[in-house]
Design a protein around this ligand. Structure first.
Ligand SMILES: CC(C)(COP(=O)(O)OP(=O)(O)OC[C@H]1O[C@@H](n2cnc3c(N)ncnc32)[C@H](O)[C@@H]1OP(=O)(O)O)[C@@H](O)C(=O)NCCC(=O)NCCS
Length: 421
């Protein structure tokens, strides 16, 4: 049972204390929405999953919440507690409040049968100590206008709409295409509630930073939407010259032809000079379609962080890229039930070409020593255990074991989540 430090108590936050809850994060993250923004951006909190550390005097000192996500993992999906809204008041920090909240978060997620937790880290140095591993990267590209693309058959036959945001049309359209576009992509968390879908298309004036209101580009085959981009254009002056940037919030496409058609439009908008993409997978179609990828400026940054809360349940929930039978000696100082030797043995290859696995406690000697943090990092198939081994973070007991295990844990498509929660 997790506890709060002396002088504090852990509480569920009732909805009527919403303003107190919000104030903690406004102080922690240095923001305060104006009334117009607050009215236009729906609050997506699930009050049964919204927690705070309260002082004896009744002040909310630190808060967190979580979303009940379904996380796509290699070859499968798994119930996942998406940790969010984590903040401590600046005058209450470094007293162990986050540590206590993490213990509570783990305990409650496990109690709900969620074997995995995931998050976006405000600062990368925070969450490793709690066993979260950096499991995915995202790529943001600045692409010059007019960048040429390789041909894709069928692209020219698709039609394009360029429209102002119309929530009644675009909220369901974006949701349908986004959900389907993620098939086969680990990490591609869907926005499964109406509130998350509405919030993703929120566009209060305060968020425009001098740019135009949000626009939606839709690629259609007949009447059927096949791809979309959410974007705004913004003029940036400098040295007497003004240039207009296309700032893309998100793209999703159902196939290669629609991705090609979409980028053809985005890269050739009149009056613009550059296109800045949103968070793309590091192996996104665009990287392969650009004739001259070197002309674009890439920025790679950490995307999802993943924590295995129930190691055997989490490892047996995903599929593997090759057959293995291996004993992992897992270190987990925060959740000791995960520590010890686990045998991971794959079964018969499935119709998708991947292998399911059973994970059981064992007395057999270990093949690999691994911390739960590195297991989380490799869980979505986007970080090689062999590369983590070369960094000294995973140890093999027999030469060559790591090669086979890293191959099995890898996955053909790089993981990414296209939106921050
Ligand atoms: C990040 C934050 C929630 C930490 O809360 P806190 O109550 O001060 O954290 P704790 O006292 O439980 O710290 C636990 C450990 O993490 C370390 N830590 C906390 N925040 C850290 C940070 N930003 N960078 C590096 N280490 C950090 C502490 O030093 C402590 O280390 P120790 O165990 O070796 O002593 C708080 O600083 C905050 O609200 N920051 C601004 C908002 C934010 O970044 N939220 C996270 C959103 S993902």
């Amino acid at each position: 049972m997790s506890t709060a430090p002396a002088g504090y108590r852990m509480i569920e936050v009732p909805e009527y204390r919403k303003d107190e809850f919000l104030q903690v994060d406004q102080l922690a993250f240095a923001f305060e929405p104006d009334a117009e923004t607050a009215a236009q951006v729906p609050l997506t909190l699930d009050w049964s999953r919204t927690m705070a550390v309260e002082t004896e005097a009744g002040l909310l000192a630190a808060v967190h919440a979580s979303f009940p996500f379904t996380l796509p993992v290699p070859g499968a999906v798994v119930a996942c507690a998406g940790l969010t809204w984590v903040g401590a008041r600046p005058d209450q920090r470094r007293r162990g409040l986050l540590s206590a909240m993490i213990d509570t978060h783990f305990e409650r997620a496990l109690g709900r049968g969620e074997p995995v937790s995931a998050l976006f880290a405000a600062e990368p140095a925070i969450y490793g100590r709690f066993g979260y591993g950096s499991a995915a990267d995202n790529l943001r590209l600045v692409v010059p206008r007019g960048a040429a693309l390789r041909d894709v058959q069928g692209s020219g036959a698709l039609t394009v709409r360029f429209e102002p945001l119309d929530r009644s049309i675009h909220v369901p359209l974006v949701q349908a295409v986004h959900a389907a576009a993620g098939n086969g992509r680990p990490g591609w968390i869907r926005r499964d509630t109406a509130l998350l879908q509405e919030r993703h298309l929120a566009d209060p004036p305060a968020w425009r930073d001098g740019g135009e209101p949000l626009r939606v580009v839709t690629v259609l085959a007949g009447d059927l939407p096949r791809a979309y981009a959410l974007l705004r254009r913004k003029e940036v002056g400098g040295d007497g010259a003004s240039r207009t940037k296309v700032l893309v919030r998100e793209v999703a496409a159902l196939d290669a032809a629609s991705a090609h058609r979409l980028w053809s439009v985005l890269l050739d908008l009149d009056l613009t000079a550059t296109v800045e993409t949103g968070m793309l997978a590091v192996d996104d179609e665009l990287m392969h379609l650009l004739v001259d990828p070197r002309a674009s400026v890439p920025k790679v940054s950490d995307n999802l962080w993943v924590r295995l809360l129930d190691v055997p349940a989490a490892l047996s929930a995903r599929r593997y890229s090759a057959p293995i039978d291996v004993v992992l000696d897992v270190r987990d100082s925060r959740l000791p039930m995960n520590a010890g030797r686990w045998r991971l043995a794959t079964g018969a290859q499935g119709p998708d070409g991947a292998w399911p696995a059973q994970v059981t406690s064992t007395d057999r000697p270990a093949d690999l020593d691994v911390d739960v943090r590195e297991l989380g990092a490799s869980y979505l198939g986007g970080r090689s255990l062999a590369a983590l081994g070369r960094a000294g973070l995973v140890t093999e007991h027999y030469a060559g074991v790591l090669q086979g295990v890293a191959t099995a844990f890898g996955w053909p498509l790089a993981p990414v989540c296209s939106w921050m929660f």
